[in-house]
Write a new protein. Structure first.
Length: 314
């Protein structure tokens, strides 16, 4: 039996309210040559029973013996995947029916590319949908682009791990997910993966990042979380100004996190690594702004998001 074209990896931990809808969005794909690997990270709710109610021979379930976290679940899925094209979907997110079809189109259009993604959107409470897109992209006939990742991601990331597909060889060359990182795991992987790969991108929203809790968007709360070691990637940036700016941008993002949570030690650590000319003038101001200003901006952003306006405090 031939291997499937796509392996779809769904890490699962206590998503009983969402996993069936997520799974049905995969099974509704117009491109049907795929397998689904659900990696259960020792869920304590009814998630597994609900998965078992969905009958499809393309679904297999891998059970972790102990809870290992999101990155470990993704790594387990990659290990079991039969396909060379590996797509990811979080257990509370959704795909629109043409997602895999358009990823397949990208693969045909850019055979030398190794990472593929579509635009995605955030779905907030009160039925508010916010598209996450690149400003000022030139219009193309088929909505496809080959992009250098770092320059177009100096703000809100234009891809999520529910809108991306990666050739297996990328993991072999750049490494798997760092299981010690528990915050911004995607950023840690992107630094390694995009240091020598471009992004083939389809400019239509075909994945939905579901925001059920406003705290998902919170800037505070890094206590007991492990962030990427940006210093360990400085060697990549020696002759790559784009990577240096990206590293400093995320040091800036983390510095704001730490300031908001009152962690002056880690705030200062992030600050020391930043070359200020990597940031724009607004970012430099916010980097040194008093906490009350950052909290005010955070509240204002939350209020605007409830009205469907997507401001950025980057």
């Amino acid at each position: 039996m031939k291997n499937p074209f796509f392996s779809v990896i769904i890490p699962l931990y206590n998503k009983e309210n969402h996993i069936q809808a997520t799974l049905q969005s995969v099974l509704a794909q117009t491109f049907t040559d795929f397998e689904v690997i659900i990696v259960d990270d020792v869920s304590t709710d009814n998630s597994l029973n609900l998965v078992g109610q969905v009958k499809d021979e393309r679904i297999q379930i891998i059970n972790h013996p102990v809870n290992k976290g999101l990155s470990a679940s993704r790594n387990t899925g990659i290990t079991y995947a039969k396909a060379d094209m590996i797509a990811f979907l979080d257990a509370d997110d959704l795909w629109k029916p043409r997602f895999l079809e358009r990823i397949s189109f990208l693969i045909d259009a850019y055979p030398d590319a190794s990472i593929f993604a579509t635009q995605y959107e955030e779905f907030h409470q009160r039925n508010i949908t916010v598209p996450i897109k690149i400003d000022r992209l030139p219009v193309t006939e088929n909505k496809t682009y080959l992009l250098d990742f770092f320059p177009v991601n100096m703000g809100k990331l234009i891809v999520s791990f529910s809108s991306i597909c990666i050739r297996r060889e990328v993991f072999e060359k750049s490494g798997m997910f760092n299981e010690e990182v528990t915050f911004a795991e995607d950023v840690d992987f992107y630094i390694r993966a995009f240091s020598n790969n471009q992004l083939a991108y389809y400019n239509e929203s075909l994945a939905i990042y579901m925001i059920y809790d406003s705290q998902q968007m919170s800037l505070a709360g890094l206590e007991n979380r492990v962030i990427p070691d940006f210093d360990s990637y400085e060697y990549m940036a020696q002759n790559r100004p784009d990577i240096k700016r990206f590293l400093d941008f995320y040091r800036y993002v983390m510095a704001k996190h730490y300031k908001l949570s009152g962690d002056s030690v880690n705030y200062s650590k992030m600050l020391r690594g930043i070359r200020l000319d990597s940031l724009n003038y607004k970012q430099r101001i916010l980097l040194y702004a008093p906490i009350y200003i950052l909290k005010l901006i955070k509240r204002l952003k939350g209020a605007l998001m409830k009205k469907g306006i997507n401001p950025t405090s980057y």
